[in-house]
Design a binder for this molecule. Structure first.
Ligand code: SAM
Length: 228
């Protein structure tokens, strides 16, 4: 049987690692923020705008109280919400963090699709969770995912460039960037189709305008999607 205190003792290290990965990103969303320990830590440590969302009002109240006790409530915003149906605009966040929450979310793929939607182009997602078959599973008997299952879900909703590492032997941290290959492919296809339709001697103004718009968007995406 595992020992619960190990995870408690590891929390500062887990928080530090996550802060290191999201440092410089603003705003940041902590999805399934619980009692706000990570959210408040990030707010105090990073000079970023931080939002915490959770489905539990009870946890959010505790998170807000802790932020007030630490004198950082002006740096964080706690919002009640379901990860599968976020009330944030498209492309709102530079980074999204999901710590020990993915396994609790009823429809994780739907939630990850929502993450994709609210992330800015090139935005970063960090998922850290216990893994299937690890000590945490013996302790709490919850349903966890293997690192491969997490990576597959991320791939399926469109994330790429994954970096996977372990903080402890059964805490996986997967960091990934949003890439929009699908949109790039679609734009390339539409440009080719349009070029085929252009009459041989003169380009009608509406076609020229459409072509310019498509090529401009493609160029923008290709510039921003260059890996760092
Ligand atoms: C194990 S706790 C982790 C909390 C926090 N991230 C931490 O590291 O302490 C999981 C949290 O996910 C929240 N949660 C579960 N399903 C959710 C959903 N669909 N949308 C938002 N939060 C959810 C729970 O209310 C709970 O606070």
């Amino acid at each position: 049987m595992g020992d619960e205190t190990v995870y408690h003792d590891l929390e500062p290290e887990v928080h530090q690692k996550i802060a290191g990965v999201v440092s410089g990103a603003t705003p940041i969303l902590d999805m399934g923020c619980g009692e706000g320990r990570l959210t408040n830590f990030l707010a105090a440590k990073l000079n970023s705008e931080i939002y915490g969302i959770d489905i539990s009002s009870f946890n959010l109240t505790k998170a807000q109280e802790a932020a007030e006790a630490q004198g950082i409530s002006h740096l964080v915003q706690y919002v009640k919400g379901d990860a599968s149906k976020l009330h944030f605009l498209d492309k709102s966040f530079a980074a999204v963090v999901i710590l020990y929450s993915l396994h609790e979310i009823e429809n994780p793929k739907k939630a990850l699709k929502e993450v994709w939607r609210v992330l800015k182009v090139k935005g970063k997602l960090i998922v850290a969770d216990f893994i299937k078959g690890g000590k945490a599973e013996e302790l709490w008997g919850e349903r966890y995912y293997t690192p491969r299952e997490i990576e597959t879900m991320l791939h399926e909703v469109g994330f790429g460039e994954m970096a996977t590492g372990f903080i402890y032997d059964d805490i996986v941290l997967v960091s990934s960037r949003k890439v929009s290959t699908e949109r790039i492919n679609e734009l390339e296809r539409r440009i080719t189709e349009l070029k085929i339709r252009i009459p041989p001697h003169s380009i009608p103004p509406h076609m020229l305008e459409e072509l310019d718009n498509l090529e401009e968007e493609l160029q923008r995406l290709e510039e921003v999607e260059e890996p760092n």
